[in-house]
Design a protein around this ligand. Structure first.
Ligand code: PYC
Length: 335
């Protein structure tokens, strides 16, 4: 980090179903990035300001499960704003819980007008949000995600001290490329007691999938990497998941793009109909509800249009600084 710069990074702190979104609202000059797509702005931010991501996401100002977002300007006439999503080790193209957090925080602090429909350009494309507002409070936000589809299935032979097993992984694109594993195939359940082992297996599976495969998005031709590994448990009442990303961050929410991926997979398996409500629970028992709004065929691929609904809350406002004498600009105990 350029120690000469006297950063005053102002954030709005939120959580969506327990998962944090630290929203950077001022403190750096993003003006030179404007006039470009949000994906390009994200790449320029990563080139020039990656140290700011580290400063805000990692310890001592953040933690290993921190998540963040940066509202930016959009050039797309149909969109209201753009959003960049970041975590402790990098960036995501789309984030459901983060989108719910941004819409809630920006409306409640008057950065955005009390408008019912808000379109956000993300690096994955435009997502359409509907906010239910009562007495200046955003009660819930529904996010119509980008087109989602099943990519295929892979099998990985796990040879870990704790587990030796062939694991089947469904691959679904829902703004991020998600690997989905039925936790019962591993002999586990979605339970806080299994968190450490599932985290370890999740990182191993995600890394092996990316090392051993080249994934190409059939609709864009772009190379994709598996960024989320989602373990799920089908239950009589409400299905549950644990989503692992970055260097072992665990989503406290049911994961927006993870919920869209799961609904897309269930629709593909003819288990979930268009318009049928799907509830999904996180490791801490919080919920998103979702439904598939419609389906379509694009370039020979069946795509579904998933929507999720959840609530976010502002937890605080912060100003982060870097004392020029402070050597700790972002660390993790696990690296
Ligand atoms: O809600 O899509 C999501 C998400 C991705 C990573 C953490 N949350």
């Amino acid at each position: 980090m350029d120690m000469e710069k006297n950063y005053q990074l102002k954030t709005i702190e939120t959580h969506t179903a327990g998962e944090p979104t630290r929203i950077l609202v001022s403190g750096i000059n993003l003006f030179p990035f404007f006039g470009r797509s949000v994906a390009e702005q994200r790449d320029l931010f990563a080139e020039k300001y990656d140290d700011i991501r580290e400063l805000l996401m990692k310890e001592p100002r953040g933690h290993d499960d921190m998540f963040g977002a940066i509202p930016v300007k959009t050039e797309m006439s149909e969109a209201d704003l753009g959003a960049i999503f970041m975590h402790t080790t990098g960036y995501l193209d789309m984030c459901g819980h983060g989108t719910i957090g941004i819409v809630t925080a920006l409306i409640e602090t008057s950065f955005l007008p009390e408008k019912e429909k808000i379109k956000i350009e993300t690096p994955a494309g435009i997502v359409e949000c509907r906010a239910r507002i009562e007495a200046d409070k955003v009660k819930e936000v529904s996010v119509k995600n980008v087109d989602s589809f099943v990519i295929g299935k892979k099998e990985i032979e796990l040879e870990m001290t704790e587990i030796k097993s062939d694991v089947e992984i469904d691959l679904v694109y829902s703004g991020n490329l998600v690997g989905l594993v039925d936790v019962k195939d591993l002999g586990y359940t979605i339970d806080i007691d299994e968190l450490d082992i599932l985290k370890k297996i999740g990182i191993e599976l995600r890394n092996r999938l990316n090392e051993e495969n080249d994934f190409i998005n059939p609709l864009t031709g772009n190379k994709e990497e598996v960024s989320l590994l989602e373990f799920y448990e089908s239950r009589e009442d409400v299905d549950r998941n644990i989503v692992v990303f970055a260097d072992g961050s665990i989503d406290r929410s049911p994961c927006g793009t993870g919920t869209c991926a799961k609904m897309t997979l269930l629709h593909h398996k003819e288990i979930l109909d268009v318009d049928e409500e799907y509830r999904y629970q996180s490791i801490i028992g919080t919920e998103f509800s979702g439904r598939i709004m419609d389906t379509d065929k694009r370039q020979g691929t069946t795509v579904v249009k998933p929507e999720i609904t959840g609530s976010a809350y502002i937890t605080g406002r912060s100003t982060f600084i870097l004392d020029p004498e402070d050597p700790l600009t972002g660390f993790s105990l696990y690296k």
